[in-house]
Design a binder for this molecule. Structure first.
Ligand code: ADE
Ligand code: ZN
Length: 326
């Protein structure tokens, strides 16, 4: 079969998707109307035109503004359901969805509203789409560790509705060690641990995500190649990297897809996966990332199988569930 067809059809797991980053302009406008929220854009087209980013922060500013239309539990459900339908179409059989509760609780939305809406979409996805979907609560690293600790407390009544915690938002100036205590607490609670590191930030942030936070995966991690000792560590401990090719281009981490270092990371023996990050903002969902990245970098069918296998190996699913898919 043709390579794009193989890439599109193969079963895969998505491990790095911010559910607020799946909010399409059309749904932003529909929810704004439903909730009586006014937007500083005249229409869908002018909002989309604002999606021209120069770095991570320039994206985050508009991404947090977009999330302001999410008010009711049904809004969170509708957002996640739209993503899960697209994921099913891309032959995603397992998804681990990041969500940013502080973006919502800071606006007076209850934690319960956020978590219950997202979780109900995950339950329906299993029943109606055959997609196994779980939630990972992310702490915003531009806020204080005290704020993260308070957020964890607010989430504990819903402990069974998410499987782990992550760390996202503005990386530079907010190293992982800022969150040492809250991650230690999450570890005691038996939560899975991940963190964004080495997206724009230096290899030192990947080291401290591993050695101070004890994370099980690194989100992005593309700056690791600058440090050969770090590459060796990541290979030795088989620490997965959830790489997001479209994101890296849209946020100017790399000038174009051909400059992606995915092939070098794979050649170094790292457990690399491909993910969409914020598909509504970066120009495509998971299969678009696969097809266009393969076309631009000359990856082969052999790499496709490796990436699909890595996505299951790196996921937080049980051995029994994995066995069913492979
Ligand atoms: N939040 C949503 N997308 C993100 C990214 N790529 N990096 C950091 N925080 C994010
Ligand atoms: Zn991300």
């Amino acid at each position: 079969a043709r390579l794009p067809e193989l890439l599109r059809r193969m079963p895969k797991a998505e491990l790095h998707i911010h559910i607020e980053g799946s909010l399409e302009p059309e749904l932003i406008f529909a929810l704004a109307q439903r909730n009586g929220v006014s937007l500083p854009y005249a229409d869908v087209e002018s909002l989309r035109q604002a999606y021209a980013f120069t770095n991570l922060q320039s994206f985050l500013d508009i991404y947090y503004a977009g999330a302001s239309v999410l008010i009711q539990e049904q809004d969170f459900y509708d957002m996640a359901w739209a993503y899960l339908q697209r994921a099913a179409a891309d032959h995603v059989v397992h998804a681990e969805l990041f969500f940013d509760p502080q973006t919502h609780t800071a606006r007076g939305i209850a934690m319960e509203t956020v978590v219950r809406g997202l979780h109900r979409a995950c339950s329906d996805a299993k029943a109606q789409l055959g997609v196994d979907a779980t939630l990972i609560l992310c702490f915003l690293r531009h806020l204080s560790e005290e704020d993260a600790l308070a957020t964890l407390e607010q989430a504990l009544p819903f402990r069974d509705l998410f499987i782990g915690v992550g760390l996202d938002s503005s990386e530079l100036g907010h190293p992982p060690e800022k969150f040492a205590r809250v991650f230690a607490r999450c570890r005691e609670l038996g939560l899975h641990l991940v963190a964004h590191a080495g997206e724009e930030g230096p290899p030192a942030y990947i080291w401290s995500a591993l050695d101070v936070l004890n994370v099980q995966r690194i989100d992005h991690g593309v700056q690791a190649l600058k440090d050969p000792a770090l590459v060796q560590r990541l290979a030795q401990d088989r620490i997965p990297l959830t790489v997001c090719p479209f994101s890296n281009v849209k946020l100017c981490v790399f000038p174009d897809l051909a400059s992606s270092n995915l092939a070098q990371l794979l050649d170094a023996g790292l457990a690399v996966t491909i993910n969409s990050d914020d598909p509504a903002y970066f120009g495509g969902y998971l299969n678009d990332n696969f097809v266009q990245t393969f076309a631009a970098t000359g990856l082969t069918a052999h790499h496709a199988y490796t990436l699909a296998r890595n996505s299951f190996e790196a996921s937080f699913v049980t051995e029994a569930q994995r066995h069913d898919w492979e």
